[in-house]
Design a protein around this ligand. Structure first.
Ligand SMILES: [Zn+2]
Length: 183
């Protein structure tokens, strides 16, 4: 993986991984989340990073690969607390949530050189949130022409075979990038 990453003519690793013949699509179907006991964003930190696709654990929030990515490297920043709304965050949580969002962009730039990003929070089911009861910020790297590869039905497909590889790359870059950025 790392050797291929250095080859010329490969614009970025994530794009190369986005090869449909290697992908195992799974049916999504978000179960109705009724509380922290059956909330995937509450349960994820209780499992290993590899199992949950977590790339970084902060003090008040964590960063995880989206199981249903719009693009390879699609990250989610989640508070540990099961709260639905951005205004529910404390000042401390808000600060870390923002810092992790910035760091996620830096890491994705370092690893995969996207030409743009989409960041955002869908608030409430009406706002398009798949899991409305647990706040999460989407960080979606964008490349020119990636629209050709967008899933037709967003949120219902997963790239199970490549997610583990992407997680390892992002998590490794996170630690390396963090060391140079933080005192
Ligand atoms: Zn939750």
């Amino acid at each position: 993986m790392q050797d291929d990453f250095e080859l010329p003519g490969v614009p970025d690793a994530f794009q190369r991984l986005w090869t449909p013949h290697r992908l195992a699509y799974v049916k999504g179907g978000q179960e109705q989340v009724t509380g922290p006991h059956n909330c995937p964003f509450c349960e994820a930190p209780g499992r290993s990073d590899a199992e949950s696709l977590i790339v970084h654990r902060g003090a008040l929030a964590y960063v995880v690969l989206n199981l249903f990515p719009y693009n390879p490297g699609h990250l989610l920043v989640c508070p540990y607390r099961h709260v639905p709304d951005y205004t529910d965050l404390t000042a401390e949580e808000t600060a870390e949530f923002a810092a992790l969002s910035q760091q996620a962009m830096r890491v994705l730039r370092a690893v995969a050189n996207p030409s743009g990003f989409n960041l955002g929070m869908n608030q409430g089911a009406t706002g398009g949130a798949g899991i409305a009861s647990h706040l999460h910020q989407h960080i979606v790297p964008r490349w020119g022409g990636d629209g050709n590869f967008l899933p037709i039905i967003a949120g219902t497909k997963a790239i199970t075979q490549t997610l583990g590889e992407v997680r390892e790359q992002v998590a490794g870059a996170w630690d390396a990038t963090g060391r140079t950025r933080q005192p």
